[in-house]
Design a protein around this ligand. Structure first.
Ligand SMILES: [Zn+2]
Length: 246
């Protein structure tokens, strides 16, 4: 019996598509498992947030999820990166845990760096209503309030940006959406939140924020420009002067 060549092609295509589908489901499962890695938990005995590196293995860690409050066990094997895992609940990803924890880090400090400046603040308030919106965190700098939005999964929405802008409320977004940040040890996480400015975006700030002056750059720039000019002159002389060789 002869098989129609078209039908043969269709069969091969169907096989390729099904293999592709199976592979993509597999990859999606792996990446979702990776994305739900939880590095921080609330230690019940001390009532403090701890990194997995400080926890005892398994249920001995005596920890609960910062987000949903259910029991966690510390997975500290040799193969995968150490992390906490829910003992029962499967739906909680722990994503807001890093959000909550970041707010706590700001609340426990008094200094934060933003693009172009360092802010010294007091009177930290969390999720406090401001007209019709609730900034993640609000601090006082002298008489003035400054608001922070912490980005973990979603960026600040356009209408919220507009709200800060039209109300002339000073606001800075702290971008923690890079999942690698979520598993960093406490000191590094603190450094990223409080001392770095590359991951902070100004949403509204009434005065222009000028970049910090860099010393010595102007001299170097002049030197570069002069050398480039000289090289250009030498090159054009070589190219356009008549060859005087006899
Ligand atoms: Zn949870």
């Amino acid at each position: 019996m002869k098989i129609n060549p078209l039908r043969r092609v269709a069969q091969i295509l169907a096989k390729i598509i099904s293999i592709y589908l199976i592979l993509s489901i597999f990859v999606a499962k792996i990446s979702s498992a990776m994305s739900s890695q939880i590095a921080y938990a609330l230690h019940r005995e001390s009532n403090k947030v701890i990194h997995v590196s400080e926890a005892k293995r398994g249920l001995l860690c005596n920890c609960q999820c910062i987000e949903c409050g259910s029991e966690l066990e510390a997975i500290k094997g040799d193969v995968r990166e150490h992390h906490f895992r829910h003992v029962e609940s499967k739906t909680c990803t722990g994503e807001t845990a890093i959000h909550l924890f970041a707010k706590q880090i700001i609340a426990d400090s008094t200094i934060i760096r933003i693009p172009g400046r360092k802010l010294v603040y007091s009177n930290v308030r969390m999720e406090k209503w401001l007209d019709t919106k609730r900034p993640d965190i609000t601090v006082s700098i002298g008489e003035e309030d400054v608001h922070f939005e912490i980005r973990v999964s979603n960026a600040v929405k356009e209408n919220k940006k507009q709200f800060y802008y039209s109300g002339r409320y000073k606001c800075v977004e702290i971008d923690l959406s890079d999942k690698e940040i979520w598993t960093l040890p406490l000191e590094e996480l603190k450094e990223i939140i409080l001392e770095k400015s590359y991951n902070k975006n100004i949403i509204y700030w009434e005065e222009e924020i000028e970049p910090l002056p860099k010393e010595g750059e102007s001299f170097f720039e002049i030197f570069l420009k002069v050398s480039a000019f000289l090289i250009l002159i030498v090159l054009s002389l070589k190219l356009f002067m008549p060859n005087k060789r006899h």
